[in-house]
Design a protein around this ligand. Structure first.
Ligand code: ZN
Length: 239
């Protein structure tokens, strides 16, 4: 499709150029024929992570959005902002949507899932804490350009059980985050149904399902290994 071949160029500080070149890709690295849409993110979906940041357990999913300009390819170097305080890793299961989902009940959700991948919800933690105190939205801390490095997607048919998926992040060969979707407060299907009551999910949208514990600052030159158990392992670095 024509719109998928458009590449935008932006100038970053100090003359660096980065391109918006993200496309959804499959396990073989081939482009998936879906547009690149919004990313709906879920906060506070794992108890141990809620405790580590001393937040309250939500009675309903906490939602925010990253625009399509937040997406980048995880297998390329992860660029972090340099002068805005610590930039934290939040590794999350990511769900790619293949057909429209609006005001759905839970039985209708599964058929709209293309597949499952892993994304980083990069978070400027100090910026977020200031915004929280002010009662302001979080976008400046979480929705900046390239704040959502995204892996390839495994087709849903190849995922045995959406509620038992293991994933992990190693930083410089040390385990930093390990999650299993069985520990989610709201399951993938519940999340999608709930989200669709507020935001219509369109083909090519992604839902990020919350981070397990282990969030911490990333540093330039960190080596990252990100694994969706039994499916893929991506090695990348921080620049
Ligand atoms: Zn997150």
């Amino acid at each position: 499709m024509e719109y998928q071949s458009v590449t935008y160029r932006i100038a970053l500080k100090k003359g660096h150029k980065r391109m918006f070149e993200y496309r959804h890709s499959d396990s073989d690295g081939k482009s998936i024929d879906l547009p690149v849409g919004k990313v709906v993110c879920v906060g506070r979906n794992y108890l141990q992570h809620i405790k580590e940041l001393e937040n309250e357990v939500p009675s309903e999913p906490l939602l925010f959005i990253k625009p399509s300009t937040a997406l980048s390819h995880l297998h390329k170097p992860v660029v972090i902002p340099k002068e805005l305080g610590p930039c934290h890793n939040e590794l999350e299961l990511a769900i790619l949507i293949k057909s429209t989902l609006s005001n759905a009940c839970i039985e209708n959700v599964e058929a709209t899932i293309w597949g499952v991948g892993l994304g980083l919800d990069l978070t400027l933690r100090d910026v977020q804490n200031v915004l929280k105190k002010q009662g302001h939205p979080w976008e400046r801390a979480k929705a900046f350009d390239f704040s959502c490095p995204m892996s390839q997607f495994v087709m849903k048919d190849r995922i045995e059980n959406l509620s038992d998926i293991n994933f992990s992040l190693h930083v410089n060969n040390e385990l930093r985050q390990q999650g299993n979707s069985q520990d989610m407060l709201f399951t993938v299907l519940k999340l999608l149904a709930n989200i669709s009551k507020t935001f219509t999910l369109l083909p090519g949208d992604i839902v990020m399902t919350g981070t397990p514990k282990g969030v911490a600052a990333l540093s330039v030159d960190d080596q990252l290994t990100i694994e969706l158990n039994e499916h893929f392992s991506v090695k990348t670095c921080v620049v």
